[in-house]
Ligand binder design. Structure first.
Ligand code: ATP
Ligand code: MG
Length: 328
């Protein structure tokens, strides 16, 4: 069953432009020039209950704009949108009770309150029955291991600790859908990992549908089976993350350690990353790996070889640089 459905969803922003300098500023007071920009452009998606969907794209691609339309914060310019049977921008209370949104750049907490007080406040705001509240509080406190932080002021929490509270607060009312816009931004590797573990649990144990945008591919790779790529407002890929990587992770990284000082020259198209008398690292197209290895083993004295997957950053760059129509 689809719980999110959009068809040709478009959001155009009016952007005012002003000529350079003081003269331009004065002129713009009287006559404002503007251009229209389609931040989201004819975007159609269907998402089923329980899915964990990754939404990726470069800066300015339209991810946040899409999330804002799905949560009703802004209205679309055109197209159809239905989330849980509602038109989000009507902002009906019954709809608001069924989703949660966490934006890494924006806090929904009151900084002078303690997490304990904040949880009670949200219980009242959402009218959460005692039983569900108690169950959830116990479950989340344990899952995030934040018992010691319950009675300190929110403003004294670290960024990672605060993000854990943001997530708990947003999930107390058992929302059907959780929208996450860059929840791990600025966090260290440990906090990112804890948050990923938490989200995986929530998705699996509570069957919460999660839409996640993140610039950290590790988030997407470890959590989302399905991935949607957006570029310049348009959907350029929607499918399994596995096949996206199969298609774009086109190279492997090979590192060779030599027994003796060697200067290597290969009759293949390689991109050298590092080279010294006893070591060479290079990138090579996947389908040429066997041939190259055979050649090296036959022609050089090798101490060690390692073959690694291409760095995620490279793959993402390749995905984003594809223009519409190149994939699927
Ligand atoms: N209120 C606004 N008025 C005018 N233009 C806007 C407004 N909000 C966003 N835009 C423009 O819409 C486009 C999409 O912005 P959006 O914030 O959705 O991108 P994003 O994919 O979330 O990027 P990022 O990865 O940097 O968060 C950008 O070109 C942005 O400048
Ligand atoms: Mg954004």
């Amino acid at each position: 069953m689809n719980i999110i459905s959009t068809s040709n969803l478009t959001k155009s922003y009016k952007r005012y432009e002003k000529e350079e300098g003081l003269k331009g500023s004065i002129k713009s007071l009287f006559k404002r020039q503007f251009i229209m920009k389609d931040a989201v452009d004819n975007f159609s998606i269907d998402i089923r209950k329980g899915e964990f969907v990754g939404l990726i794209g470069p800066n300015g691609a339209g991810k946040t704009t899409l999330v804002k339309m799905l949560t009703g914060i802004i209205a679309p310019t055109s197209g159809d949108i239905t989330v849980l049977g509602y038109y989000p921008n009507k902002l009906q209370n019954e709809y608001k009770k069924q989703y949660a949104v966490v934006m890494g750049q924006k806090s929904q907490l009151f900084f002078e309150l303690t997490p304990s007080d904040t949880f009670v406040l949200f219980k009242e705001l959402y009218n959460i029955p005692d039983k569900i509240y108690k169950e959830n509080i116990e479950y989340f406190i344990d899952l995030f291991d934040i018992k010691d932080l319950l009675n300190v002021q929110v403003r004294t929490l670290s960024l990672g600790e605060r993000m854990k509270m943001e997530l708990i607060v947003s999930l107390l009312h058992n929302p059907t859908i959780l929208f996450l816009d860059e929840p791990t931004i600025g966090l260290d590797a440990i906090a990112q990992k804890q948050i990923r573990h938490f989200l995986k649990e929530v998705n699996e144990k509570k069957d919460t549908t999660i839409i996640l945008t993140s610039h950290y591919m590790e988030d997407i790779k470890s959590l989302c089976k399905r991935c949607i790529v957006i570029n310049e407002g348009k959907k350029i890929y929607d499918g399994s993350l596995k096949s996206l990587f199969a298609r774009y992770q086109t190279h492997k990284m090979i590192t060779i350690l030599f027994e003796y000082e060697s200067s290597i020259s290969l009759p293949y198209d390689i991109e050298i990353l590092e080279s010294s008398p006893y070591k060479i690292s290079f990138m090579i197209k996947k389908f040429e790996v066997n041939k190259v290895l055979k050649y090296i083993i036959e022609n050089y004295e090798i101490a060690d070889i390692s073959i690694e997957e291409e760095d995620i950053g490279n793959v993402v760059e390749r995905i984003y640089s594809n223009k519409v129509g190149d994939i699927e």
